[in-house]
Design a protein around this ligand. Structure first.
Ligand SMILES: Cc1cc2nc3c(=O)[nH]c(=O)nc-3n(C[C@H](O)[C@H](O)[C@H](O)COP(=O)(O)O)c2cc1C
Ligand SMILES: *[C@@H]1O[C@H](CO)[C@@H](O)[C@H](O)[C@H]1NC(C)=O
Ligand SMILES: *[C@@H]1O[C@H](CO)[C@@H](O)[C@H](O)[C@H]1NC(C)=O
Ligand SMILES: *[C@@H]1O[C@H](CO)[C@@H](O)[C@H](O)[C@H]1NC(C)=O
Ligand SMILES: *[C@@H]1O[C@H](CO)[C@@H](O)[C@H](O)[C@H]1NC(C)=O
Ligand SMILES: *[C@@H]1O[C@H](CO)[C@@H](O)[C@H](O)[C@H]1NC(C)=O
Ligand SMILES: CC(=O)N[C@H]1CO[C@H](CO)[C@@H](O)[C@@H]1O
Length: 391
């Protein structure tokens, strides 16, 4: 070494350093390193237009270019999801894999289950671009995609392939939408139940707030009853042995009175769905928002939704006497997931967290959740469900 000139020394140090960083970077990508994604990969993704970044993420997941997570789900994360056992309770929320293209890749990332959709009966383009905005300072996203969908038939083809060619033994649901121009929205959901029943473990229909003062109470209740009756009867009439479960997804913009009305309707035998998803994105804009894009119209998701969602979960848990709840809204950490579970959620989902931290967020949430459960002396997730409400 001593015979090398100073220039040569500096050069080799430079090569080692740069080369070292390169190798380090590669290893980290392949290990799904959390910090590396958060600090390097995702900021690079964020130089892209948000919708382009979403397309790229789908492409990567579809072609299984993300290596399988090496994290092995510990026993404490095992949970029961309508009789099926999940290896962990952290699912992917609707809106990411809208067309059911990337389920296997998303399983590799470590999600316990995936929700495809929303899928509309006929293909539709959705709203004009731009329609997706990052609110970076708020760790939030505003979207007004307007339910762009390739339509039932093409998504059915893809799911049929996954179940009957790949024989995938993995839990996924389909979120059913309605065509924008549809005159009969009940029929759109009924069609969805029939089309996706052979493939999906569960199906989701949604209730957003009409957001029209005076149009509340009675009309909401009557309309909801008609919708639920139709989908529940359609599901019950299916001839297949294992029928899909039905979940109702609620908007956080519903008032407490509206939530009470919904809970009342859900008690009727003819309207009995199997669970709730709490909650969808919000049309509200909290005062706390800092980002430039805060006034864009559309649904707001991410951190600002976290507490709103957790509060709504505990309200619905109480109002429905402990109906099964999928908790979603602003989950970025194991603690966020744990809070929702203690508020009454049996499993959770996330979406926006992945926009900011990439796929490693799944392992992070799972690892932290497992630590919190064990620290509190639980042997599995199910034992902690609703614990905050029993004290
Ligand atoms: C870009 C984007 C698209 C979405 N599309 C749908 C959708 O098609 N159907 C649906 O039910 N929810 C949709 N959602 C709502 C999410 O499923 C979820 O309820 C909401 O984002 C709150 O979770 P989060 O804060 O973890 O993102 C979408 C959310 C985002 C960010
Ligand atoms: C979780 O624990 C409870 C009680 O300890 C037990 O009854 C249940 O079967 C366990 N669930 C799973 C999925 O292991
Ligand atoms: C599917 O996987 C579960 C565990 O996740 C297992 O208990 C079950 O036997 C599997 N079913 C089939 C048909 O392989
Ligand atoms: C879907 O949209 C079309 C028009 O885009 C509408 O006519 C139809 O009623 C909707 N429902 C179904 C089930 O096709
Ligand atoms: C379900 O089956 C019953 C009995 O065959 C029938 O009367 C009813 O119309 C069916 N409902 C739906 C929504 O298919
Ligand atoms: C969710 O909320 C948005 C607005 O925040 C609304 O446009 C949409 O219809 C709701 N439902 C679903 C299934 O996304
Ligand atoms: C995807 C979808 O069909 N969303 C619907 C949710 O429910 C409201 C009404 O409550 C509809 O306006 C949305 O189109």
């Amino acid at each position: 070494m001593s015979s090398l000139s100073l220039k040569q020394k500096l050069k080799s140090i430079a090569i080692l350093t740069v080369g070292g960083y390169g190798v380090f970077a590669l290893v980290n990508v392949f290990k799904c390193n959390e910090k590396f994604y958060k600090q390097v990969v995702m900021p690079l993704m964020h130089r892209l237009d948000p919708e382009k970044a979403h397309e790229l993420a789908i492409f990567i997941a579809k072609h299984r270019l993300i290596p399988k997570s090496s994290y092995k789900d510990p026993a404490v994360l095992k949970c029961n999801f309508f009789g099926k056992q999940l290896s962990n309770p952290v699912g992917l929320a609707a809106g990411f894999d809208k067309h059911g293209e990337a389920i296997i890749g998303l399983r590799d990332v470590g999600f316990g289950f995936v929700e495809v959709g929303s899928v509309t009966p006929n293909p539709q383009l959705g709203n004009d671009k731009p329609r997706l905005f990052r609110l970076k300072e708020d760790k939030a996203v505003v979207n007004r995609y307007g339910f762009n969908s390739i339509g039932h038939d093409r998504v059915v083809e893809s799911l049929d392939d996954i179940r009957n060619v790949h024989h995938l033994n993995y839990t996924f649901g389909v979120n059913l939408g309605k065509n924008k121009s549809s005159a009969d929205s009940i029929n759109d959901y009924v069609e969805g139940v029939k089309k996706f029943a052979p493939f999906a473990d569960y199906l989701v229909i949604n209730v957003s707030s009409p957001n029209t003062p005076g149009l509340r109470a009675l009309q909401t209740k009557v309309a909801l009853e008609a919708l639920l009756k139709a989908v529940v009867e359609t599901r019950n009439n299916l001839s297949q042995v294992t029928k899909p479960y039905l979940l109702l997804k609620l908007a956080p913009d519903l008032s407490y009175e509206e939530c009470k009305d919904i809970a009342e309707v859900l008690k009727k035998k003819s309207c009995k769905v199997d669970g709730l998803i709490v909650c969808n994105s919000t049309v509200e804009r909290p005062e706390s928002l800092q980002s430039d894009h805060k006034s864009e119209s559309g649904g707001l998701s991410g951190l600002p939704l976290n507490d709103v969602s957790t509060k709504m979960i505990s309200e619905m848990h109480k109002l429905t006497d402990g109906m099964m709840i999928v908790g979603v809204g602003g989950i970025f950490s194991g603690k966020d997931a744990y809070n929702k579970i203690k508020a009454g959620a049996s499993v959770v989902q996330l979406y926006t967290g992945m926009v900011y931290e990439g796929p490693p967020i799944v392992t992070k949430v799972k690892r932290e959740l497992a630590e919190l459960l064990m620290a509190d002396g639980y042997t599995n997730v199910t034992e902690a469900v609703g614990k905050d409400l029993q004290q």
